[in-house]
Design a protein around this ligand. Structure first.
Ligand code: NAD
Length: 251
């Protein structure tokens, strides 16, 4: 099985790449963080790492050109995403809005566009887009992020219909808040924007899920491996929360 995980040098992408490697897959990861690429998977011969900004059309084309020398991908995991700015919409800079849409949504389009011809030629493939609970509900003060993640859901639903007849499945995973660096940064930004202590906001996130839970990156990886497997052969067009059942989001 040949797999590409975008933004795979750290965070959730790293967990997903490690899980596919443990299944014996040939795994490609890309990331913009060269230092993280240099230290991730150094002793894992299943994983090949490349520096690629997935929001850049030429860099994505170059990455796929190299990957396709070995044949088509079986699995594409569009994981790359940035948190984007936090605050009332009228305070946001157009450049930050655009960048949030570019990294969270446009990059998925670019990678699907490159991966699909090979998958179609083989009549098989699994695309897994990482959306968010912010892709299924409103997220005050995080409007560009929520807009991008709803866009990922729209892309998933549309593409599943387009490519289903070619034997290709497309699904989205919506993680809840994950324990780790990214959410520490989000909590700090929200604390500054709302003038409330970080610990209070963290507690609020916990209470916003029915299971009063935070999620581990490995749980997203487990779902991705399942969705790519034969066991999920009739699962497509689905938007799957791995989030402890988020009831509401943000303030
Ligand atoms: P992260 O902030 O930890 O970043 C992971 C990696 O993305 C980093 O190594 C970074 O260098 C890379 N990256 C950033 N921009 C890139 C670009 N343009 N091209 C290539 N690589 C790039 O993120 P994470 O928490 O692991 O999140 C992964 C995905 O899950 C994202 O799409 C995110 O929106 C989504 N998500 C995360 C959470 C959470 O709580 N962390 C919750 C819901 C959804």
């Amino acid at each position: 099985m040949r797999v590409l995980v975008t933004a795979g040098a750290s965070g959730i992408g790293h967990a997903i790449a490690a899980a596919f490697s443990a299944e014996g897959a040939e795994v490609w990861i890309c990331d913009i963080d060269q230092a993280a690429l240099d230290t991730a998977f150094t002793d894992d011969a299943n994983v090949t790492a490349r520096r690629t900004d997935v929001s850049d059309v030429n860099q994505v084309a170059a990455l796929f050109e190299e990957i396709h020398r070995g044949g088509a991908l079986d699995v594409l995991v569009n994981n790359a995403g940035i948190g984007g700015p936090t605050g009332p919409i009228e305070t946001m800079e157009p450049v930050d809005w655009q960048r949030t849409l570019q990294v969270n949504l446009f990059s998925d389009f670019l990678c699907c566009r490159e991966a699909l011809p090979g998958m179609k030629a083989r009549g098989a493939g699994s695309i897994i887009n990482i959306s968010s609970t912010a892709g299924i509900m409103g997220y005050p003060l995080r409007s560009p992020y929520a807009a991008a993640k709803w866009g990922v859901v729209g892309l998933t639903k549309s593409l599943a219909m387009e490519v289903g007849p070619s034997g290709i499945r497309v699904n989205a995973i919506c993680p809840g808040p994950i324990l780790g660096d990214r959410m520490e940064r989000v909590l700090a930004q929200e604390s500054a924007a709302r003038g409330r202590p970080t610990a209070e906001i963290k507690d609020e996130y916990t209470r916003q899920t029915s299971l009063r839970s935070w999620i581990d990156g490995s749980e997203i990886a487990d779902m991705a491996v399942f969705l790519a497997s034969e066991k999920a052969r009739h699962i497509s067009g689905q938007i799957i929360g791995v989030d402890g059942n988020t009831e509401t989001l943000g303030m």
